[in-house]
Write a protein that binds this ligand. Structure first.
Ligand SMILES: *[C@@H]1O[C@H](CO)[C@@H](O)[C@H](O)[C@H]1NC(C)=O
Ligand SMILES: *[C@@H]1O[C@H](CO)[C@@H](O)[C@H](O)[C@H]1NC(C)=O
Ligand SMILES: *[C@@H]1O[C@H](CO)[C@@H](O)[C@H](O)[C@H]1NC(C)=O
Ligand SMILES: *[C@@H]1O[C@H](CO)[C@@H](O)[C@H](O)[C@H]1NC(C)=O
Length: 169
């Protein structure tokens, strides 16, 4: 009996430590995600000017423009990134794949060009909506988009893609 209780306590402690450490890692990687994202985009209109990373201990991503977090208490766990109409320039910001718990990515109505990197789709496991419409993306649509299990909205219209959309599995 005592052995059982001790065992149960041990298991719970292990689970708790695992959970807390994995969440802490998530915060760190989401900070890196947005830092990389900002560095990969040209922002001529200064919409990302409140994305300030200087003081690492005080970074609060949820106050950045266009960023929504999972929960106010979860501080830095990014749920949505909505940068529609910000006038951003450059290529698809591949750093986005570090935002592992991202659910909505909206980059509609910007000035983004170049091809879509295929590994981005494999990395964003929880993505349910992605809106890349009204940009200047070109090339083929990577067939890895079918790897996004929960994807139900994918808007790619008004770009310069070639080829056809790989079928969903
Ligand atoms: C960074 O944050 C720490 C902890 O809140 C604070 O003590 C320090 O003054 C801040 N530094 C700057 C440059 O804002
Ligand atoms: C993306 O944002 C635009 C407004 O900027 C909105 O009209 C559109 O519905 C959004 N797309 C998705 C998939 O939420
Ligand atoms: C995209 O960039 C071009 C030239 O850099 C500019 O003329 C155009 O107005 C921009 N479009 C948008 C939607 O910002
Ligand atoms: C992602 O999709 C590609 C093409 O459909 C497939 O070959 C690959 O095995 C998939 N990877 C994962 C991790 O599901």
């Amino acid at each position: 009996m005592v052995a059982k209780v001790v065992c149960a306590i041990l298991i719970w402690t292990c689970l708790w430590v695992l959970l807390v450490s994995s969440l802490t890692c998530a915060f760190e990687s989401d900070i890196d995600c947005l830092r990389t994202l900002k560095s990969q985009l040209k922002d001529p209109n200064g919409h990302l000017s409140n994305w300030v990373f200087e003081n690492h201990t005080e970074v609060y991503l949820c106050k950045f423009s266009g960023v929504v977090c999972w929960h106010d208490d979860s501080k830095n766990l990014v749920l949505n990134i909505d940068l529609g109409g910000f006038g951003l320039e450059g290529e698809f910001p591949s750093g986005i794949k570090e935002c592992s718990y991202l659910v909505v990515l909206n980059l509609t109505g910007n000035n983004l060009s170049g091809t879509l990197p295929s590994d981005v789709f494999s990395a964003l496991r929880y993505l349910s909506a992605m809106d890349l419409s009204y940009n200047s993306f070109s090339g083929e649509i990577p067939d890895t988009w079918t790897n996004i299990t929960y994807l139900d909205t994918l808007l790619l219209d008004h770009n310069r893609f070639t080829g056809h959309i790989p079928p969903a599995r």
